[in-house]
Write a protein that binds this ligand. Structure first.
Ligand code: 13P
Length: 253
């Protein structure tokens, strides 16, 4: 059985004070979730230590939204995986389309970050997804496959077992235009097929693939009902505890 996961990417939102309140609400409401649903929040770096401390031993895990591509040293302003691990966070979101677009993150850079994250015993949440022009040109399968091949195909089978994938079509992020459940399913199935070819059935079938892009309480049930969708990476709706938890309750019974 694959893990069912709902992760909230807070992006550059909330002060520490707001973040503490939101995390406390999420924590409180998470008590009503089924045992087998894994819940992760990804606040800004500045909140990691405080929130990881508060949430320690509970159901909600903490993730960063990025990490440096180097181990340590003279890289002013960067945050290493060791530093993230030392806060008590357990996951690192990598390759989000906003990082690819605004910060020039390439597959080469992402491979370094994924490797460092795994080497330090943290779990990468690796994001992939096509832009609208690529979908319109019917190139979406090829684009996502290349993103996966250029980074994840350089991992060993053992490393791949510790990776979570998030498919986020860029045209669906923050736009209110979500992928249809069918569009999500066919891409997730395609990603899994790629994983089967490289890593074999056991690894491919154990890898959680999350959907992200305007996922809300009112569309999550249909999307999570698809066989290759193992949960969601949630942006806007993760900033409201009730909505975030409602999404986490959307898995088929
Ligand atoms: P929205 O849910 O706001 O569309 O954002 C999705 C996302 O980018 C999560 O990483």
């Amino acid at each position: 059985m694959r893990k069912q996961i709902v992760a909230g990417n807070w992006k550059m939102n909330t002060t520490l004070e707001d973040g503490l309140k939101l995390a406390a609400q999420v924590n409180e409401l998470s008590q009503s979730l089924p045992q087998d649903v894994e819940l992760i929040i990804a606040p800004p770096f500045t909140h990691l230590h405080t929130l990881a401390n508060k949430l320690q031993g509970g159901k909600v895990k903490v993730s960063s939204q990025n990490c440096a591509a180097w181990d340590k040293g003279a890289y002013t302003g960067e945050i290493s995986v060791d530093m993230i691990a030392s806060t008590g966070a357990s996951h690192v979101i990598l390759g989000h389309s906003e990082r690819r677009e605004y910060f020039g993150e390439t597959s080469e850079i992402l491979l370094k970050k994924v490797k460092l994250t795994l080497d330090k015993g943290l779990t990468p949440i690796f994001c992939c997804g096509e832009v609208l022009d690529e979908r319109d040109a019917n190139r979406h399968f090829e684009v996502v496959q290349t993103q996966i091949e250029e980074v994840l195909f350089n991992l060993t089978e053992g490393e791949m077992k510790n990776v979570i994938i998030a498919y986020e079509p860029v045209w669906a992020i923050g736009t209110g235009r979500t992928a249809t459940p069918e569009q999500a399913q066919e891409m997730h199935a395609h990603i899994r097929k790629c994983l089967v070819k490289k890593f074999g059935n056991a690894v491919a079938n154990a890898t959680s693939i999350l959907y992200g892009g305007s996922c809300k309480p009112d569309n999550a049930v249909e999307i999570f009902a698809k066989p290759d969708v193992d949960g969601g990476l949630i942006g806007g709706a993760s900033l409201k505890a009730e909505d975030f938890i409602a999404i986490a309750k959307s898995f088929p019974k």
